[in-house]
Design a protein around this ligand. Structure first.
Ligand code: NAG
Ligand code: NAG
Ligand code: NAG
Ligand code: NAG
Ligand code: NAG
Ligand code: ZN
Length: 414
């Protein structure tokens, strides 16, 4: 063999091995960690060694990347916490389980067909391009009901769209709904788009309040979940000098920045180099600041858990102002949801019900804007499908949330 042929062969091997290494989740394992493991799991999460996929019930299901398998195993063994390997290679598992995956990645995502995009899809999740198509369409076809504008651009230059649903009478009250901040929580933007659709077609439910909806707050991360890694959570910031990308946008707000978050770029809860370091959170902040005094309700849609969480998230020791009203209005929401579809949601304090975490939209809105009613809504389900919630849930989930939100708006303006 000539030197050139050897060199060429080497080049091909390097390119190929690179391609194999680049498949996300290759050799990542999924473990179920025993019931007393939540503190250790939280520490390992902050240290950037694992990702929590299932937090329902007392055990935790975690994704462990190959480079931290040994350390996580040692940490659990030292603490005497049992664990069980559920999946040995997540990439292979996802590929096998994800039948529509290949279709999804090669889909013509830049356009809509007449039968699909004039309204949010009931049986499929929309691509980011389809969302944009729909928003432009309603902006043109219903100018008296809605105004769509961009409040800023993402790290990779995509627009962050704000839909303003116009009241039929002059109003000095505003409601803010944020969706899609965490990329893999696909039900969140899907429900937000359905809410926009409901509010345009039903003029009576929100006739006396201005409703502002950001249906997709993290477009780069969302596109990345479609093309590359379905379980991606953060934005797509390239963290200079670090081997991992992304900032957790729900740890990047300026409210007790850094508590219950991580300064390790490899962590799923990486807070970023400073509060509001990311263009996505800056854009949301600036748009909310303009409405400051009018805001009476801020609701951030996430998944999953079927919980309506009220502040604070950063501390279990301090009580949020107006806690009793937050709980009472929360119960109006869960009642209306249950009445609509029978689905059970619970009202919980964020820090006690989940885990201590700072830098989230809800704490910032309460602390900086003094908005009275502030919640993070964890949508369907309770963990059976988790982030991979089947699209068959979109319609019913949207319907129950629509009922819940309209009842809450009615109640707080009564
Ligand atoms: C929405 O329509 C208004 C005019 O009614 C226009 O000024 C604005 O640019 C449109 N927004 C988008 C995103 O096309
Ligand atoms: C519009 O919303 C109101 C309040 O939720 C509800 O009572 C009414 O039935 C809805 N109308 C339609 C046509 O859906
Ligand atoms: C959409 O299509 C373009 C061109 O066909 C492609 O580059 C891109 O990766 C596709 N996916 C998404 C989600 O935009
Ligand atoms: C429950 O739903 C029914 C119709 O499905 C409606 O008539 C009733 O007002 C609802 N009750 C509450 C408390 O939302
Ligand atoms: C998540 O955990 C709950 C409670 O342990 C369990 O019932 C559910 O099946 C789990 N979901 C998945 C996707 O493993
Ligand atoms: Zn989330």
């Amino acid at each position: 063999m000539s030197v050139w042929r050897v060199l060429r062969w080497l080049m091909v091997m390097i390119v190929m091995s690179d391609a194999i290494m680049c498949l996300p989740n290759t050799r990542h394992q999924v473990w179920r960690v025993g019931s007393r493991g939540s503190n250790v799991v939280q520490q390992l999460l902050v240290a950037g060694m694992l990702d929590v996929l299932n937090h329902s019930g007392s055990s935790r299901t975690v994704r462990v990347p190959p480079e931290s398998l040994t350390e996580v195993k040692d940490a659990l063994q030292d603490a005497g916490i049992p664990y069980q390997v559920l999946i040995h290679d997540l990439a292979a598992h996802l590929q096998a389980a994800d039948e529509e995956g290949r279709e999804r990645r090669s889909a013509d995502n830049s356009s809509c067909t007449v039968s699909s995009c004039p309204a949010p899809l009931n049986t499929h999740y929309m691509t980011f391009s389809q969302m944009e198509w729909y928003l432009r369409d309603v902006n043109t076809s219903s100018p008296t009901r809605i105004t769509v504008s961009s409040i800023g651009k993402s790290v990779e230059g995509r627009n962050i769209w704000l839909a303003h649903i116009l009241p039929s009478q002059p109003s000095d009250k505003a409601v803010w709904l944020e969706a899609g901040l965490h990329a893999r929580e696909w039900i969140s933007p899907a429900v937000a788009l359905h809410l926009i659709h409901h509010m345009i077609t039903n003029t009576s439910a929100t006739s006396s309040v201005d409703v502002f909806i950001v249906p997709m707050a993290n477009p780069d991360g969302y596109v990345y979940t479609w093309i590359t890694d379905r379980l991606w959570r953060k934005n797509r910031r390239v963290n200079g000098g670090a081997r991992c990308d992304g900032v957790d946008l729900n740890r990047n707000w300026d409210s007790h920045f850094g508590v219950g978050a991580s300064n390790n770029p490899c962590s799923e809860v990486y807070q970023g180099p400073s509060a509001f370091s990311e263009p996505e959170t800056k854009a949301l902040r600036d748009a909310m600041l303009k409405l400051k005094d009018n805001l009476e309700l801020v609701l951030a849609l996430h998944s999953y858990g079927q919980d309506l969480l009220y502040p604070w998230g950063w501390s279990t020791g301090e009580e949020a102002p107006g806690k009793h009203d937050l709980i009472a209005i929360g119960q109006v929401f869960t009642q209306a949801v249950k009445n609509a579809t029978g689905t059970e949601y619970a009202v919980k304090n964020a820090a006690e019900g989940y885990y201590v975490a700072s830098g989230a939209t809800d704490d910032w809105a309460m602390e900086a804007l003094h908005t009275k009613y502030v919640y993070t809504l964890e949508l369907r389900d309770q963990g059976r499908q988790g982030f991979l919630l089947e699209p068959a849930n979109i319609l019913a989930c949207s319907e129950e949330i629509w009922q819940g939100i309209t009842q809450v708006i009615k109640k707080i303006n009564a």
